[in-house]
Structure formats: C-alpha cells, structure tokens
Design a protein around this ligand. Structure first.
Ligand code: SF4
Length: 377
C-alpha cells in the first residue's frame, strides 16, 4: 500500500480478499462470516462481533465445482462452491446462504452435504415482498440467524451493538453514495472502475476501516470534461465480467444508476432507526430494489423499473444478465418491452465466467454508445 495512490488499497482487497481477511482475523481476533450475495444483513453479523465477507462466484475459474453442481448453474453459485472446494474459505468461521432462487437453495443443501464440518446457515428470505405477513416473518428469521451467529461468536446481539453496527454501515453507505455522485461529475478522477472498486471492497473488509481508507481519497477534486459521455443505467446481479467498469470508462459511458447488488442498489436505503432495530433492518430489506426472483406484482415491477431509469436521466439501459439465471431471463423481456415503449434504448448482455468474450462485449457496447450518441446534446 502506498500513500501516493489512495485507490490502491481497494484494488488490493478485491484482488485477494482471502489473504487480507486472514490478516484481519489474526490482528482483530474476530470471527469471519462469509455470506453469499445478495441481501444477508451485514449489520447483524457485525453486531454479533464478527466481520462479514461477501462471497461472489462470478469471475472465479472453475475446475472442481462442475463435478458437484449441475453445469447449467450460474457462475455465481458455481464460483462460490469452487472457492469452498479449493480451500479458499478455510479461514471463515461460518457461511450464510440466502434463499433467493432455486439455485441458492440447492447450493445450501450441497454445502451441508459436502462440508458437514463447516458451519452453514440458510437465510430464508420471503419471496413475496408485498405480503402483509412478510415483514413479521422476516423479523423472526433475522432473530433466528442472530442466535446462530451468537452461537459462533459467543456475543449476543443487543440494542447497543445493533445500533452501533447500523451506524457504521449507514456512514459507509452515505460515503459510497457521495463517491457515486463524484463519478458522474468528475469521471476522469472518479472513474467507474475506481468507484465500483470502492463498493466491491466495502463488502470484503471491516467497514469502519474501509471508511478510514476512504478518507484518503481526493474528495476535493471536482469537475472535468463530461461533454461526449452518455448516461447509462445498469441492471444485473454483480459486475460481471469485472472488467466491464473499465470498458464503461474507456467508451465514455457514465453510470447514473444501477441495480447491481454490490452497486448503487446496496447504498440506496439506510435503516431508519426507531424502537425496534430488527424491524428497521426488515424495513430496509423491503424498501430496497427487489432482487430478481422476488415476487412483486409484474406490472408494478416493470413500471417502477422504468421510472427508476427515467428519474436518474439515463439515456440507455444495459442488462448484465448472468448466464443460466432463470429469474433474470424471466424478468428481462417485460422490462425490455417497457423500455422500448418508452423509447429508452437498451442492450442485453449475458455473461458467465465460463466463456464471456470481452472483445465481443466491447464491440456491442461501442455500437450501443453510437446509438446513444445520437441523443447527446
Ligand atoms: S438469482 Fe440467478 S444469478 Fe442469482 S443465484 Fe439465482 S440463478 Fe444465480
């Protein structure tokens, strides 16, 4: 880590989160809890005295997992399993897998079967977000997970620890939001590649230390040439392939919003602290943009999506759909049709760690930029 490059620590965390977390564990003495993305409340893990570490399988080279999980599984699930099979997660003290789709449900059962000595729990997220009982149910589920966490760390989650945890995470999200805005006004310094690296690394390092690292960034740099850039909105799961943000920078595409689980979606809502802190976390989950696969009235799902793209002034939408993700494949046609009706250009990219061609993606994004360029002032 050098003082001269304040961005470097974040890249280093993303390049090798495993060695970094081992070092953190050694110095802090804290337990490390891995959580498969998305939507495991990190605040609960932190409040139990552990450090949350997000597990994303995209971008992982697969050599062992395909013998254990169907080959038509998304890279996200397959890559997470590969990490455990390779021993990369050996320093973790537990893993939480959320129920977001059939694939993650299968992944949980496989995990229990293959690694009986690894502490692993399933977070049973409600699928029907608008159901009146869903909030009550999720509150109980968070309590159940909290007890499981306490069993690992020995530290009970109480009002004070949860309040402190919510405060750290809210500060971090506020700072990341500011970074996202900087990316739009000063793209040469606050490039998409750098800013998304901040977001990604925040999920893989103790948040309070991540906040301190962010203090070293050039917050006073403001302004820059934004004239021939086009504004895009991105929907997808993770930044896959990871090089996609570099491509956005090179092609002059500015992110004005996204629904990626480690992108702007992750910082849009902070819990509103009131009497029941568990319920504050439940409310946060319910007000976050629904992940693909959750059930929302189909008409509302599409209308809200179009409204989000409009309200941030996006000229076009890029879908980063994970290959073999049935849920994304199910949602996308309705969204594409709605965008067409509203004259909003869109590009659907399907990506996977197994066989994504960066040159093809570049070509398609270049052509998309040309379409958007007709719209530039
Ligand atoms: S929703 Fe799609 S990308 Fe997410 S885990 Fe399920 S299959 Fe994979």
């Amino acid at each position: 880590m050098t003082k001269s490059d304040p961005w470097l620590p974040f890249d280093e965390i993303n390049q090798d989160p495993w060695s970094k977390i081992i070092a953190v564990k050694r110095t802090s003495g804290k337990k490390i809890i891995g959580h498969v993305l998305p939507d495991v409340p990190e605040e609960l893990i932190y409040a139990a005295g552990a450090i949350p570490l997000a597990l994303a399988g995209a971008g992982i080279t697969i050599s062992l997992a395909q013998a254990q999980i169907p080959t038509y599984s998304c890279s996200h699930a397959m890559g997470a399993l590969e990490l455990q099979l390779k021993g990369a997660l050996d320093s973790l003290d537990g893993v939480i897998i959320p129920y977001v789709c059939d694939t993650t449900r299968n992944l949980y059962h496989l995990w229990r079967q293959l690694f009986p000595n690894v502490a692993c729990e399933f977070l049973r997220l409600p699928k029907k977000l608008g159901d009146p009982d869903a909030k009550l149910y999720l509150g109980e589920e968070y309590l159940r997970i909290s007890k499981w966490l306490t069993g690992i760390t020995g530290q009970e989650i109480n009002k004070d620890s949860l309040k402190a945890s919510i405060s750290v995470y809210s500060k971090s999200r506020d700072q990341l939001k500011l970074a996202y805005l900087k990316m739009q006004s000063s793209p040469s310094t606050w490039s998409a590649q750098r800013v998304i690296s901040l977001f990604e690394s925040s999920f893989r390092f103790p948040r309070e230390e991540h906040l301190i690292l962010m203090n070293n960034l050039p917050w006073d740099v403001d302004g820059g040439d934004t004239s021939d850039r086009a504004k895009i909105y991105v929907r997808g799961k993770v930044w896959d392939p990871p090089e996609i943000t570099k491509l956005f920078d090179e092609l002059g595409l500015t992110l004005v919003g996204d629904e990626i689980v480690t992108g702007f979606r992750s910082v849009m809502v902070n819990p509103i602290v009131n009497g029941d802190l568990f319920q504050s976390l439940v409310d946060r989950h319910m007000s976050t943009i629904p992940y693909t696969g959750y059930y929302v009235d189909p008409r509302k799902l599409v209308e809200d999506f179009v409204e989000r793209t409009r309200s941030c002034g996006a000229q076009g939408v890029v879908f980063l759909n994970p290959k073999f993700c049935e849920a994304a494949a199910f949602d996308t046609p309705d969204m594409v049709n709605a965008l067409k009706k509203n004259n909003i250009p869109n590009l659907v990219l399907e990506t996977s760690s197994r066989g994504t061609s960066m040159s093809q993606i570049r070509l398609r994004l270049e052509a998309f930029k040309e379409i958007l360029a007709d719209d530039l002032p």
